[in-house]
Design a protein around this ligand. Structure first.
Ligand SMILES: [Zn+2]
Ligand SMILES: [Zn+2]
Length: 477
């Protein structure tokens, strides 16, 4: 007779997945939130099969490239409520540049049903004249002049942290980022309470060459959450002034408790035109909605037209993403959907906030869902590896979204407080055995490089003098 077993109902592959589940740890840096899960991204059977086939015979899977990319597009669009991942990049900063956005917008207009089905714009015997006619028509639709094409700019909403490089880096508060900023300075818009004032400053921004407004929903600096009324006002004013609205969801997607943060109920139904999405999803890029204020008039009613414009855009590069990246991204999306990561993010956020409150009653916690922003002193006191910047008062906790992170008992045993000492000692031992070290500097958040790291707390540091000094002052568990 077969003995009943705790795992009796699991298939072999599920058993395998069970076994591979790592325990939670105090790394809430997670590569600036780029790592959503410490578990395998190949939980879905189809994804596992593609990987196995890829190892055996990459060429066979490569032949399915277009099918898999379509599958990814479809899955993404379903999960993210009608946003199509049109432009794919290695990093959000690569995607979020005014020239890339301007070309994408122009391509979307030029390949839209509005243009393609317009008898006045039908191909004639003079191809160069046709091009000019289409260009004029598109610029008219967008309300653009020559300068929007040659010197496109973004308008950034005050408080946006500023990308790592390129034009948006001008908006950074850190001089190390500012000195490497390049390209046209974004126009900085402040979101006050007056709709008239906002409309006015957006109209002026557009006159100055701005093509779009970029905003993030949760401040990367202090975790402040964008007020719903202000977001609704911004959407209205952007539509009125014909500026594209781009929401940077690199930090907030999924973690905020909804697929995209602006899809939370309080932010209203009107859709932003474009979304910048980031690395936690395995691939970065720009997603487009075809029923937003700036795209609605383009007539993308049929799925077939939408896919055609996406295909035209992606055909401009030889291969938008490589196969391993695509398989990884597919695996992440399937898991996010099947395990309902948005809902779990809320539970994880609650669990961690409860633990903070029980240890430090009344402590201010900012952020949303599994984006937890606390004073950096709190991070120091709780010996958490966080995504911190040297001169910033706050640090961000971006825990993984695996199930144990929502379990208070498990978190107290492995991550927080004196109970976690044993687990941390084990992690330190494993790191030493493998010739590695904790990944991040406990003080400034960059790569840890010093061999003088704390074996008790399992915390690392870089070799900067300021970091060394502060690190030596930390109180061990
Ligand atoms: Zn450091
Ligand atoms: Zn220590």
């Amino acid at each position: 007779m077969h003995e009943p077993h705790a795992n009796g109902n699991l298939t072999n592959s599920e058993k395998h997945t069970e076994m591979a589940k790592p325990l939670p740890d105090h790394d809430f840096h997670n590569s600036w939130g780029c790592i959503y899960s410490g578990e395998t991204t190949a939980k879905n059977k189809a994804v596992r099969d593609w990987w196995q086939e890829y190892f055996r015979s990459p060429a066979t899977v490569e032949r399915k490239y277009h099918d898999l990319l379509s599958k990814y597009t479809e899955l993404f669009t379903d999960f993210f409520g009608g946003y199509y991942p049109i432009s794919l990049h290695a990093h959000v900063s690569d995607a979020l540049t005014p020239t890339t956005a301007a070309s994408l917008i122009l391509n979307t207009c030029a390949s839209s049903p509005l243009v393609l089905k317009n008898p006045d714009l039908a191909p004639s015997a003079l191809p160069t004249e046709d091009g000019k006619k289409i260009q004029e028509y598109v610029l008219e639709y967008l309300g653009w002049t020559e300068s929007h094409v040659t010197h496109p700019k973004f308008a950034a909403v005050q408080g946006i942290y500023g990308a790592a490089f390129g034009p948006l880096a001008h908006a950074s508060k850190e001089w190390e980022v500012q000195i490497i900023a390049s390209g046209l300075q974004p126009t900085v818009i402040s979101l006050g309470d007056s709709q008239d004032a906002l409309s006015k400053s957006l109209a002026e921004a557009k006159r100055q060459g701005c093509i779009a407004v970029v905003i993030d929903m949760v401040s990367t600096e202090n975790g402040a959450v964008l007020a719903p009324e202000r977001f609704k006002m911004l959407k209205k004013c952007c539509a009125k002034e014909k500026l594209w609205l781009i929401v940077d969801e690199a930090l907030t997607a999924i973690r905020c408790g909804a697929p995209f943060c602006f899809q939370r109920d309080e932010y209203g139904k009107e859709r932003p035109d474009l979304v910048a999405f980031g690395k936690g999803l395995g691939v970065s890029g720009i997603a487009i909605n075809f029923e937003s204020p700036m795209t609605r008039g383009l007539g993308f009613v049929n799925t077939i037209d939408r896919h055609q414009t996406i295909m035209y855009w992606r055909a401009l590069v030889s291969r938008p993403v490589t196969m391993p990246v695509l398989l990884d991204a597919l695996g992440i999306l399937y898991t996010a959907r099947d395990e309902d990561w948005p809902k779990r993010s809320l539970a994880i956020g609650e669990t961690i906030c409860d633990i903070i409150q029980s240890q430090y009653p009344g402590e201010e916690v900012y952020g949303l869902g599994a984006i937890i922003v606390v004073d950096r002193e709190t991070t120091m006191r709780m010996n958490i590896m966080a995504s911190t910047r040297r001169r910033c008062q706050y640090s961000r906790w971006l825990p993984k979204l695996d199930a144990p992170y929502a379990d208070r008992e498990v978190m107290e045993a492995y991550v927080f407080g004196p109970l976690s000492k044993q687990h941390r000692a084990r992690l330190s031992f494993l790191a030493e055995t493998n010739g590695t070290r904790p990944a991040w500097c406990f003080i400034c958040g960059i790569e840890s490089t010093s061999n003088d790291w704390c074996r008790t707390c399992c915390l690392g540091r870089c070799e900067n003098e300021v970091c060394e000094k502060s690190f030596k002052k930390h109180t061990c568990l």
